[in-house]
Design a protein around this ligand. Structure first.
Ligand SMILES: Cc1cc2nc3c(=O)[nH]c(=O)nc-3n(C[C@H](O)[C@H](O)[C@H](O)COP(=O)(O)O)c2cc1C
Length: 142
């Protein structure tokens, strides 16, 4: 599997996708932490160095997943990661094109039971929307 940075441009997405396909990579993990958008941080620790994770990168990673999905078209599995901490954020990642999810920062805020919580929340959302199979939602966000 290959993990990618969220701080890449459209040209780099195309190039990386080409390499993934040429080398028959099994899956790509999208995304790692980000070194941009620090100006939006409000915490008094915002001056500290280091990649951002969690909420500050949630939409950025979802957008990157969406772009990769459009190019890869399901030929390579996508593991979506970046700010997943609830049924809603998990749903967004699947809509963007993720086949699986990974999380790290969410566990800090919601504790080790977070996966059970997300599954419960996601199940309610899927039932409400009448979704019977994940194939109905993966990559459905334009
Ligand atoms: C403290 C910390 C250490 C991390 N170390 C690594 C690492 O060694 N290798 C890696 O690929 N990603 C690393 N990551 C990135 C996470 O695996 C993940 O891609 C990123 O945090 C976005 O997910 P999240 O919002 O659920 O945390 C680290 C993230 C954090 C917060």
């Amino acid at each position: 599997m290959v993990k990618v940075s969220p701080d890449i441009n459209d040209k780099e997405i195309m190039k990386i996708s080409e390499v993934l396909l040429d080398n028959e990579i099994e899956a790509t993990i999208i995304s790692n932490t980000s070194d941009t958008t620090r100006e939006n941080l409000q915490n008094n620790q915002s001056h500290q160095k280091g990649g951002l994770s969690g909420k500050p990168i949630e939409s950025k990673s979802s957008e990157l997943i969406r772009k990769f999905y459009k190019v890869l078209k399901g030929r390579i599995k996508i593991i979506g990661v970046g700010g997943v901490d609830s049924g809603r954020s998990a749903y967004q990642k699947f809509l963007a094109g993720a086949d699986y999810l990974q999380l790290y920062t969410g566990m800090v805020f919601r504790g080790p039971n977070i996966v059970s919580l997300i599954k419960k929340e996601l199940k309610q959302m899927l039932l409400k929307d009448g979704v019977k199979n994940f194939n109905e939602i993966v990559g459905k966000k334009d």
